[in-house]
Design a protein around this ligand. Structure first.
Ligand code: HDE
Length: 755
């Protein structure tokens, strides 16, 4: 049992009984006047986070002032002795402005420096009293405010959104019992099993220390050197080499708490749990060629996509899911529940969907909110607790520690974006940038002077108590043998991918490893890949000029495009799994498998020139809007182009857009097509969209343009391509819209597409 301050006092006072004092005397005031823990808000802290932030959110107003409110009469010139004379030291307007500017930057996050965030809400579907006492997981009437930050890991703050990287998926829920942070990723497992290896992993992944190259990329020697010597990373390596690290948008990513946590119910019963965020739009990705192009064309691709979606009212939604394992079943599986390099196959342990999160408001100020937000794995609430996962245990130190160097003071929890929506009360005082003005003379405990306030929240008053897990054993620096299977779930992931997804993994490994200059590292990696799947190793080896032992003869040479031969060669390449509870293949791990496919949230380019059939443009715009998609007209210049039947407003030019930034392309018919025929840009648009497996529609005269843009043998009808040369387009329009939400892999003649 936890010893409380009262127990402690009782003992102390018993010893001091000669004084005639009793605990009742010293705490009388406290017990009479102290309320039980309530959700009542202090006036400065509304339960609603938006209202809370509104108390410090301000728009600039008249007139211009210094930081202490003195009106400024001139902001154009500094104060000097004569118009051509030296500036005076007295000029406090100048010095205040420069000083503030000089200190505008704070250290960027060591990892996850590049990020974007949004506000939203969480609503629970059904109470879970059998599993947890957490109010947020029991009160269906409560709308819990959330602030969610998505990020890449390796790149600096200014790096491109579409770098191949794991995405951070950090959720802060402002609950009635304090902030609950699920600081997760978009991949359910991690590279390493023990926190002590994290600095090594990150040093290896970051730009190399001698020349700071490459930025936001793992395709370099130090990363693969570390990986090749750290076999526990191989499961995660399979994930990062898949298209999961190239999300189409934040709203089309899954989120995972990764670690095993505990849910603890009111009776003190503990259940192991893993948290999942399942995107309502399904999980969808870009392909590597697109990701690289977008990095140059629009480095803010993901953050802009989320910002625009929210501004338009197309809110981002996920369902919160849980997988649970009763404490008694802890050792039932051939993987260790404490091992963060292992997932729990959904076929074995289904995900129960328990609530929905909706991101519905953009921040007002990037720095104040997105940059200053401080997530911390130790932010949990009563009813939720940690497991002994050694990675989680290490994180529990690191997040608190890192905020000190990033935000500069232990008072970072007082920042508006970090402060909870329930009251905060303790004897912590002072330090840099203290905002709270604590009243009274007592800032210590035990204290009788202030009636023992604030007193501890015993469990009956809703206080947090750690789950009393039994702990024993010698003090050792050792890894449990149960963490020892490094290949079994890498095989499960590989087996679970559809053939085109396998091909993308092969191509990613070919790209990354071919950039490694040290041959021994490349060869060492091939050795690991062989253990996962012989055909995988053979295909990768081919691009590296290495012959692997097993399947080399069957491997198919290939370029950077998908090819039907390569896909076919990989189709039957599976390997028996281990450490996966007997599951050989898991549908949930494939993005091509059981994902929702919808045009919602997608962006379609409409290619126009003067003379375009304006009615086709309008009909397509209306149909896309009805499907929750956005249409963007791409033309020769901004403003309008004259169409047959009316003018068409152009949003983007061929010069400032790229097919890689769209999910589909539509070319309406009309006299415009003759001009598009003469435009290399238009042909590239169509060819690339075809190559990347995205939907294409060409109506009227444009059907001919499409044929000319694609190589012989390409599909101009079917497999997501809709050509409608006739006059009626309504059926073709529906077919096209249905085709937008998914990629059409396996199109013929891809390797001949010149784009
Ligand atoms: Fe982090 N991680 N991490 N991490 N992490 C940070 O905290 C760390 C790990 C994750 O949007 C840092 O505030 C250690 C796993 C996210 O602000 C730092 C270990 C997962 C974010 C830190 C890990 C994550 C961070 C840097 C190994 C997925 C961004 C800045 C034990 C479950 C949160 C900061 C945001 C950020 C340490 C491993 C997710 C240095 C020591 C596993 C989403 O504290």
């Amino acid at each position: 049992m936890n010893q409380t301050r009262r127990d402690f006092l009782q003992t102390g006072l018993a010893l001091a009984s000669t004084t005639g004092l009793t605990l009742a005397d010293t705490t009388a005031n406290a017990t009479e006047t102290k309320p039980t823990m309530s959700t009542e808000q202090s006036p400065a802290m509304p339960a609603d986070k938006t209202q809370d932030l509104a108390t410090v959110t301000t728009a600039d107003r008249e007139p211009l002032t210094t930081n202490v409110g003195q009106p400024i009469s001139s902001d154009l010139n500094s104060l000097r002795a004569g118009e051509r004379g030296p500036t005076l030291l007295e000029d406090y307007v100048l010095s205040e402005k420069l000083q503030h500017f000089d200190h505008e930057r704070i250290p960027e996050r060591i990892v996850h420096a590049r990020g974007a965030a949004a506000h939203g809400i969480f609503k629970l579907y059904e109470p879970l009293p059998e599993l947890t006492a957490a109010k947020v997981l029991n009160d269906t009437s409560r709308t819990t405010p959330v602030f969610v930050r998505f990020s890449t890991v390796a790149g600096s703050r200014g790096s491109a959104d579409t770098a191949r990287d794991v995405r951070g998926f950090a959720v802060k829920m402002y609950t009635d019992e304090g902030n609950w942070d699920i600081v997760g990723n978009n991949i359910p497992v991690f590279f390493i099993q023990d926190a002590i290896k994290f600095p090594d992993l990150i040093h290896a992944a970051k730009p190399e220390p001698n020349n700071e190259i490459p930025q936001a990329a793992t395709a370099h020697d130090t990363f693969w050197d570390f990986i090749s010597l750290t076999p526990e990373s191989l499961h995660m390596v399979m994930w990062i080499m898949s298209d999961r690290t190239l999300p189409r948008s934040f709203g089309m990513m899954e989120g995972f708490g990764v670690h095993t946590f505990r849910l603890v119910n009111a009776e003190g019963k503990s259940t192991f749990v893993k948290f999942h965020w399942k995107p309502v739009l399904g999980v969808h990705s870009l392909v590597w060629d697109e990701a690289q192009q977008i990095a140059g064309k629009n480095a803010d691709f993901h953050r802009a996509d989320m910002w625009e979606a929210i501004e338009k009212g197309n809110f981002l939604e996920w369902e919160l899911g849980i997988q649970t394992i009763p404490e008694s079943d802890e050792e039932k599986f051939d993987f260790d529940v404490l091992d963060a390099t292992k997932l729990w196959p959904e076929e074995l342990l289904p995900v129960r969907r328990i609530g929905k999160m909706t991101l519905n408001r953009n921040p007002d100020n990037y720095f104040a909110e997105t940059e200053q937000v401080a997530y911390n794995t130790t932010n949990i609430v009563p009813g939720i607790d940690f497991s002994n996962d050694p990675l989680l245990q290490g994180r529990n130190f690191s997040y608190l520690d890192t905020q000190l160097s990033r935000l500069g003071t232990p008072n970072f929890t007082e920042l508006p974006i970090n402060r909870p929506t329930c009251p905060v009360s303790n004897n912590q005082r002072d330090a840099h940038m203290r905002h709270t003005i604590n009243k009274g003379r007592v800032s210590y405990t035990p204290a009788s002077l202030d009636g023992h306030s604030p007193d501890e929240a015993t469990p009956s008053r809703g206080g947090f108590t750690s789950y009393p897990a039994a702990v024993s054993g010698p003090k050792v620096r050792a890894r449990s043998k149960s963490f020892g299977d490094h290949y079994g779930q890498a095989k499960l992931f590989w087996n679970s991918q559809t053939p085109p997804e396998r091909e993308h993994i092969v191509k990613a490994l070919q790209f990354e490893l071919s950039k490694v200059e040290t041959r021994e590292v490349r060869v060492r990696m091939l050795g690991h890949l062989e253990k996962i799947n012989g055909m995988l190793a053979a295909q990768v080896g081919m691009a590296l000029g290495e012959t692997t032992s097993g399947h080399a003869a069957a491997a198919k040479p290939g370029g950077t495009s998908d090819s039907v031969e390569e896909t076919n060669a990989l189709a039957s390449a599976t390997t028996p799994t281990t450490a996966s509870g007997g599951v050989q293949q898991s549908k949930a791990l494939s993005m091509n498998g059981n994902q929702p496919h919808s045009a919602k949230g997608r962006k379609v380019a409409i290619l126009v020139e003067a003379g375009v059939d304006a009615s086709q443009v309008t009909a397509m715009q209306a149909a896309l809007k009805a499907a929750g998609a956005t249409a963007e007209v791409v033309g020769p210049h901004l403003g309008t182009v004259a169409g047959s039947g009316g003018a068409v407003m152009v949003a983007k030019t061929f010069a400032n857009s790229s097919p890689a930034t769209y999910d589909a392309v539509f070319v309406p018919g009309g006299k415009s097509v003759a001009m598009l025929q003469q435009k290399g840009d238009a042909h590239v648009f169509l060819a690339q969209t075809y190559k990347h497996g995205k939907a294409i529609a060409a109506f009227g005269e444009a059907a001919d343009l499409l044929k000319k843009s694609l190589p012989d043998g390409a599909s101009v009808s079917g497999m997501g391509v809709v050509s409608e040369g006739g006059a009626s387009h309504s059926k073709a329009l529906t077919t096209f819209i249905d085709a937008i939400g998914t990629r059409h892999w396996g199109r013929p003649a891809l390797e001949h597409v010149a784009a």
